[in-house]
Design a protein around this ligand. Structure first.
Ligand code: THU
Length: 132
């Protein structure tokens, strides 16, 4: 699936965002190795700190469905606002897919594309836990 197509899925996912406090709806589309797409949106709460990002919503959705192999994620916020994944989401994505492709858009709407390993270099992960 092309970045543009995955981004179109993220735009669809964003429609379900629940963001009454920040008024910053975010959508994510997570592509699985076998070609399925899981949507995620941010879900906020009156207790502000409990907000969950779109990217993590997509990961929870996929993992709950028994899927853990991912090849790409597309993220979108309001038009004209770039939205690369936040640090917490980078860490969560790294758990399952350190070489994931990450797509987001710049302020002019062009799709930017980076490997997660570039967005989260020298990540802490399972390997560190196992090392003696
Ligand atoms: N947000 C995301 O959904 N993904 C990100 O990577 C950055 C931030 C959400 C969290 C909160 O609901 C709103 O955007 C403003 O921070």
């Amino acid at each position: 699936m092309k970045p543009r197509e995955l981004m179109a899925e993220a735009v669809r996912a964003r429609r379900r965002a629940y963001a009454p406090y920040s008024k910053f709806p975010v959508g994510a589309a997570l592509l699985t190795r076998d070609g399925r797409v899981y949507h995620g949106c941010n879900v906020e709460n009156a207790s502000y700190g409990l907000a969950v990002c779109a990217e993590r919503s997509a990961v929870w959705q996929a993992v709950s469905d028994g899927v853990r192999e991912f090849t790409a994620i597309a993220v979108t916020a309001r038009d004209g606002r770039g939205a690369p994944p936040c640090g917490s989401c980078r860490q969560v994505l790294n758990e399952f897919a350190p070489h994931l492709w990450v797509y987001w858009r710049d302020a002019r709407g062009r799709i930017l594309k980076r490997r997660l390993s570039e967005l989260l270099p020298m990540a802490f992960g399972l390997r560190q836990l196992r090392a003696r």
